[in-house]
Design a binder for this molecule. Structure first.
Ligand code: UDP
Ligand code: MG
Length: 309
């Protein structure tokens, strides 16, 4: 399935190349779901024509622009195949990689993702910010999220069903797939420049995605208040000791001691309360995401357990 936002110029070339690659890798039994994510160019008209010309094409028109992650989510919800390939419509991800991905899945993997070796046609700023983001994310997130990996991946039916069953609003799919666990493998590829058109991802979209990634897979930012509260307590204690010593042995301005003590009391008190609230908010946040507590990969039983119990 491919999300499409203002991809009118790319789509026909994409469908042709994807069709050849899919036929080579899986034969005629496949669907190519194109999700139009509220494009403002002729993308939907092109999809309608493609659906009329190519038997495998399924066109889906979202009501407005929902963003890449939700367009992919909508497409995943409509897939019916045993295996699902998520691929960009701008031919930056080579469809021909499907054959290698299928082979790795035949070997027992649940997810095979494309890992970018080089990225052509991307600005230095995008490359360095993406790199920094992935490094930060992997250092603070609770699950191992592979680096330099986008959403280009082949996923087994079972794992797609599990993804679809995750109700979280803020969707950072590459993290969610990593969270699923199972056997995941990578294939290396060179990311091409866009076939045509221009990126639909603005800086704002990238920041939004980065925030979703950081906050959905880690409560580390919330813990800043705990750190501040701890530091505040230590500093506060030192200030109290200093103030009292100065009060009893030094010459201090009238009212300074009580003022200093009041500032310390309320400052440390507020930081402490924020930390406590933060701890609860973190737990509420994890709870409302409604993720399953665990996922079972497989169960084996001894032969005597085969009969019905
Ligand atoms: N896309 C989308 N909705 C959006 C932005 C992008 O469905 O709001 C699609 C786009 O058509 C493409 C994929 O998501 O198939 C990746 O987007 P893009 O190529 O703009 O991002 P980049 O490759 O520059 O990161
Ligand atoms: Mg692209």
């Amino acid at each position: 399935m491919a999300p499409c936002y203002n991809e009118a110029e790319c789509l026909t070339a994409f469908v042709r190349r994807m069709q050849t690659a899919a036929e080579a890798a899986v034969g005629p039994a496949y669907e190519l779901i194109l999700v139009n994510d509220g494009s403002i160019d002729a993308t939907w008209t092109v999809i309608e024509h493609l659906a009329a010309d190519f038997v495998h094409v399924v066109g889906v028109d979202l009501s407005r622009n929902h963003g890449h992650q939700l367009a992919v989510t909508a497409g995943l919800g409509l897939t019916r195949g045993d295996r699902v390939l998520i691929i960009d419509a701008d031919l930056q991800d080579p469809p021909e990689l499907l054959a290698d991905m299928m082979a790795l899945m035949d070997a027992g993997n649940d997810v095979v993702y494309g890992k970018r070796r080089v990225r052509h046609g991307e600005s230095a700023v995008k490359l360095s910010t993406a790199k920094l983001f992935y490094r930060v994310l992997s250092s603070i997130s609770d699950v191992e999220i592979p680096q330099d990996v986008g959403d280009f991946r082949l996923i087994s039916r079972q794992f797609v069903d599990r993804l679809n069953a995750m109700p979280e609003q803020d969707r950072f799919l590459r993290g969610m797939v990593a969270w699923l666990g199972g056997r995941q493998a990578e294939v290396l590829y060179d990311r091409e420049a866009r076939h045509d058109g221009k990126t639909g991802y603005t800086l704002q979209d990238m920041l939004k995605l980065a925030t979703a990634g950081l906050t959905s897979f880690s409560t580390a930012p919330l813990k800043v208040s705990v750190l501040l509260a701890t530091a505040g307590m230590v500093i506060g204690l030192l200030v109290i000791i200093y103030t009292l010593i100065a009060y009893f042995f030094g010459a201090v301005q009238r009212g300074w001691t009580s003022l200093a003590l009041i500032v310390v009391f309320f400052g440390v008190g507020q930081l402490g309360c924020t930390a406590i609230v933060g701890a609860y908010v973190g737990r509420i946040f994890m709870q409302i995401k409604g993720r399953p507590l665990y996922l079972i990969q497989r169960v084996v039983r001894g032969p005597s357990m085969d009969r019905e119990v």
